[in-house]
Write a protein that binds this ligand. Structure first.
Ligand code: LLP
Length: 387
């Protein structure tokens, strides 16, 4: 089996489990994004902080010049502290609290992506109290499905996100009557781990339709934000570490009709950081079951919850053994039956003390870790630190 390259000797000195971020993969990915988005005028890419807010990772992303897309006051703070310029921070979320809105107003962020009328009213009031004008875009629920796991679709009418298309004109008119908000555009996001470009084409068609409708009312949006969602190849992290950004941006270029001077924003999370990260864990025991054997790791669903929560696949490699492959159920130590990383996986023969890498774990890995069972949170190291 082809495996990733890791500094095994350094790993041996560290307490497991931990996240390892290969900064070459991350920097190559960022370069590719810059190159491919840079082919088109007026394309702006924001990194969706929710995917991974490790300060070292955020620092590298900020250096590359991307903006930050946030979904909580904590994320706005993480972006500010990582040095993202205020005017490149956007903030979405269905339940922004006063405290979060005030913090974002104090930092003069670029735009609030507003998801309801009551939220618009609160932003207007809080901005007034500060003598400021908050820039707002409306998150519209485009009722476009995406071919991905049901828990990570967001753009269907049944989802809690955004404002319905029917209400769009009314809310824009409301915002235009208010003194302390400035309407600057529309925001959309249809889901995550999307690999079929047709799903993005469907979104483009919807945005075109809505823009035509607004044009009839002489409403022009300066900014269109199409969210994120581009998926990664979980099956082939070694062969295909960089997602197909060329196709992704070309799809928008071909199908989304931008008006002159209009700016197009993207909010990519998984595609930026997914492939650079691995969860490194030690085999605590190899246990013989009735008809199978288990490799019991010191990492569990508290460190990487995606398999338990979404039945997600993460490629597993035994990075310290070259012995003939055997079949294992790879499980964690948590007292939950769903604490299984993968069943019946062929791996180089495992022994107590071997190191396993769970690949493609840079996105929604470390950031979703919990302290359930009073466990410690996993640490994160970059390859820059381990040379
Ligand atoms: N923008 C908005 C408004 C979002 O809600 C999301 C993700 C993104 C951008 C970034 O999407 P991405 O480019 O990463 O697909 N925990 C799940 C994924 C949840 C995604 C939530 N929203 C997982 O582990 O698969």
């Amino acid at each position: 089996m082809i495996k990733g390259t890791f500094p095994i000797e350094k790993f041996r000195e560290l307490e497991t489990p931990f996240y390892y971020y290969d900064t070459k993969v991350l920097r190559d990915t960022l370069e590719t994004i810059k190159k491919e988005a840079g082919k088109y005028e007026n394309y702006h890419v924001h990194y969706a902080v929710k995917a991974n807010a490790n300060p070292k990772v955020l620092g590298i992303i900020r250096e590359s010049g991307l903006g930050a897309d946030c979904v909580s006051g904590g994320e706005v703070r993480a972006a500010v502290e990582a040095g993202f310029p205020n005017d490149k921070i956007v903030y979405a979320g269905v339940g922004k609290t006063d405290k979060e809105i005030n913090y974002s107003l104090d930092h003069d962020i670029f735009c609030f992506n507003v998801e309801s009328v009551p939220e618009l009213e609160v932003i207007n009031e809080l901005a007034e109290a500060k003598g400021k004008v908050a820039k707002v875009a409306f998150r519209i629920n485009p009722n476009v499905g995406a071919h991905t796991h049901a828990n990570i679709t967001t753009g269907l009418a049944e989802n809690k996100f955004g404002i319905s298309m029917e209400d769009m004109d009314t809310v824009i008119e409301m915002a235009q009557q208010m003194n302390n908000v400035k309407f600057i555009g529309l925001h959309f996001h249809i889901g995550s781990q999307i690999l079929e470009m047709d799903d993005f084409v469907a979104l483009c068609n919807r945005v075109n339709e809505l823009q035509e409708k607004l044009a009839k009312h002489h409403i022009i949006c300066e900014h269109i934000n199409v969210g994120g969602g581009l998926g990664i190849d979980y099956g082939h992290p070694n062969h295909l570490p960089i997602p197909n950004f060329a196709d992704y941006f070309a799809t928008y270029h071909k199908f989304l009709h931008l008006q002159p001077g209009q700016q197009l924003h993207f909010e990519l999370g998984r595609a930026v950081v997914g492939q650079c990260g691995s969860l490194i864990s030690k085999v605590t025991y190899v246990k013989q079951g009735t008809n199978k054997q288990f490799a019991i790791l010191d990492a569990g669903m508290t460190d990487l919850i995606r398999p338990a929560l979404y039945q997600a696949y993460h490629r597993i490699e035994n990075i310290t053994s070259d012995e003939a492959e055997e079949t294992y159920d790879v499980v964690g130590p948590i007292c939950e039956s769903s604490d299984v990383f993968q069943k019946a996986v062929d791996l180089n023969k495992a022994h107590r003390g071997d190191l396993f890498a769970l690949r493609s774990a840079g996105a929604y890995g470390e950031i979703m870790a919990s302290r359930y069972n009073c466990r410690e949170l996993p640490k994160g190291y970059t390859s820059d630190e381990l040379v």
